[in-house]
Every structure is written in C-alpha cells, then in structure tokens.
Write a protein that binds this ligand. Structure first.
Ligand SMILES: Cc1cc2nc3c(=O)[nH]c(=O)nc-3n(C[C@H](O)[C@H](O)[C@H](O)COP(=O)(O)OP(=O)(O)OC[C@H]3O[C@@H](n4cnc5c(N)ncnc54)[C@H](O)[C@@H]3O)c2cc1C
Length: 292
C-alpha cells in the first residue's frame, strides 16, 4: 500500500535473500486503475519514458503497457483505463515473517518481543535502553520503529500514517488476480486466492489517520466497502472476513532515513509505505552503517 504518491506501482525489490518460495512470491503483475480517460491519457504518455528507465535499472523491456482490454475481464465498473507493471508481484507476509524468524534462529539471534522502549541514552560506556522491563545495555543499537520514530527518537521528518484494511471472505468465481492500485495510489487491493485484500482511503481523513493508534474507523471502512460494491466487484456478493489497521512511516521525501542518531545509535525509519519491498535493503544499509 502506498501513501498516494506511488502511482504506477513500484518495481520488484523483494527480500531476495529468503528465496521466492519461502515468501510465497507470485508475479501476477501490478495494475494502475484510472477513473477518467484524461488521467489515463496523462499517465499513458509517460509509459515510453518509464519503460526506458525500467530498462536502465532492471534490464527488462516493456515493463509498463496499457491493458484497457482487461478491464472488462476483471469485472471492474467505472474504470476508464489500466496500465500494467509486469514486474510487480505479491508475497505472503506471514511466510516471509516465519522465514525471517527461522533464519534468525539459525544464526543464533535472540528475539525478545513485548518490550517497550521509552528512552535511549548513548553514553561513553554504551547505549542504555529504558524499558517497561528495566534497563537493557548494548554496545550499539539500530532503531527500526518506522512510523513510531517521532515518539521514541524525536526525529522530525517522520509522521505516523495509519493504513486501514479489510479482507473479504472467499468469493466464488473471483475474476481478478494480481495487485491493483487505485486513485493515485491511495487504494491498494489484491487477491489472496479467492478473497480480496483491500486497503487505503487515508486521504479521506489525513489528519485523523496521522496517528500511531491501531484502530479502524467507520468513515474509511465504509468507503472501502462502497468501492468494492461500485468499482471492484460490482456484480458479486461478498462478506467481510476481517478488518484491521497498521502504521506506516512517511515524510516529505519518499526515501528512508538511514543515519546515525548518535555515535552508537543508527536509525532506519520512514519506509514510506514500501517497507515490505525495500526493508531488506534498508536493513543491510543500516547494519553496514552500525558495523562501520
Ligand atoms: C495496511 C498496510 C499495507 C501495507 N502494504 C505494503 C505493501 O504492499 N508493500 C510494501 O512494501 N509495504 C507495505 N506496507 C508498509 C510496510 O508494512 C512497512 O513499511 C513495514 O512494515 C515497515 O517495517 P519496519 O520493520 O520498518 O516497521 P514496523 O513493521 O512498523 O515495525 C516497527 C515495530 O516497532 C515497534 N515499536 C514501536 N515503538 C516501539 C518502542 N518504543 N519500543 C519497542 N518497540 C516499538 C512496533 O510495535 C513495531 O512492531 C503496508 C503497511 C500497512 C500498514
């Protein structure tokens, strides 16, 4: 899911080191949906340029193509144009998480959950982490709390950005397959087998969604349901299986902050709603910085 700035999706940068199978990677492509012909024409004009850039960066030809003929076969209503990014894929995040845990265990890395850090003090003798379970000491620390960074580290240019989601119960004869971006990236949906995972709508209440409170609101959840009924699966009955929210970290630049906070503390935050895609690279850079 994006923050509205990532129209046309992003090109694959998955956690390669775990292996495609272990993260359930499927390259069904990513589709950008346009509400008006004018919006479509405007973006379609950039396809030539984007393909040139994609060829330069990843060596693949014709990554972006207009695929308006597919609108009907997916069953969408009111969609006036569609552009495919053939390199975009989807992963199973719980598979990725489990694979990461297994890798950590294999490397003898301890993971302690459920501990809240309230203060970080870098001293000449090392770093002290004040927590709800007492004080932890470490030679070096990497802080990777993303959207919570402003609270813990008082870093200025990171704001929490809540993203609300729902998932439908299984839908018979579901036609859509792939990942889809709608309304300039403010909405994102994908199939998970024969269910739809759908999130977004932060732009309906940007102030209210600038929060670290993990909760859903009727305003946004109702809009997600409305779009399911009117645009995405207008002719199919569906029921909602589950609703939830998560916190992203955004700022004025769509670039992560990976830098020394103090001599023995590095922060790696502000994933801009792309942390699943770029997290492993950010982790590598942060590790290198703290080791140096
Ligand atoms: C609904 C939703 C959909 C998304 N979809 C995509 C997508 O399609 N593609 C993509 O690339 N990215 C997506 N993202 C973004 C992605 O999930 C995040 O960028 C990524 O999870 C960031 O990882 P992280 O480890 O940096 O931070 P997080 O996953 O946010 O982890 C930070 C952790 O720090 C903990 N923490 C915070 N403060 C403290 C403290 N004081 N003490 C101790 N622990 C603390 C938090 O509890 C949390 O567990 C999505 C996000 C959401 C919410």
């Amino acid at each position: 899911m994006g923050d509205g700035k990532n129209a046309l999706g992003w090109i694959k940068a998955t956690p390669q080191n775990l292996g495609d199978k272990n993260i359930g990677f499927k390259q069904h492509g990513g589709f950008e949906l346009f509400n008006t012909k004018a919006q479509f024409d405007n973006c379609n004009e950039s396809v030539f340029y984007l393909n040139k850039k994609a060829k330069e960066y990843i060596g693949r030809k014709n990554v972006y193509t207009s695929v308006n003929s597919k609108i009907k076969s997916f069953g969408f209503k009111t969609v006036k144009g569609m552009i495919l990014n053939s390199e975009e894929g989807q992963i199973d995040t719980s598979k990725m998480f489990n694979s990461l845990l297994q890798l950590a265990q294999k490397e003898n890395i301890s993971i302690l959950n459920g501990i809240e850090i309230s203060k970080i003090t870098d001293t000449k003798k090392g770093v002290e982490l004040q927590s709800n379970l007492g004080v932890f000491k470490s030679e070096k620390v990497v802080v990777a709390v993303n959207g919570f960074a402003k609270e813990l580290l008082k870093i200025k240019d990171v704001e929490p950005a809540r993203a609300q989601v729902l998932i439908t119960k299984p839908i018979q004869n579901l036609k859509l397959k792939g990942t889809f971006h709608y309304d300039e990236g403010f909405y994102y949906f994908r199939n998970i087998d024969n269910r739809i995972l759908f999130g977004g709508g932060r732009n309906l209440d940007l102030k209210g969604e600038t929060t670290t409170q993990i909760a859903v609101t009727p305003k946004i959840q109702n809009q997600l349901e409305t779009l399911l009924k009117t645009v995405i699966i207008p002719n199919q009955k569906f029921e909602i299986g589950h609703r939830w929210a998560g916190i992203m970290g955004v700022g004025t630049e769509k670039k992560p902050i990976i830098k020394h906070y103090s001599p023995n503390v590095v922060c790696a935050v502000r994933m801009g709603g792309m942390g699943v895609a770029i997290g492993s690279l950010v982790g590598k850079e942060a590790a290198k910085l703290i080791a140096d």
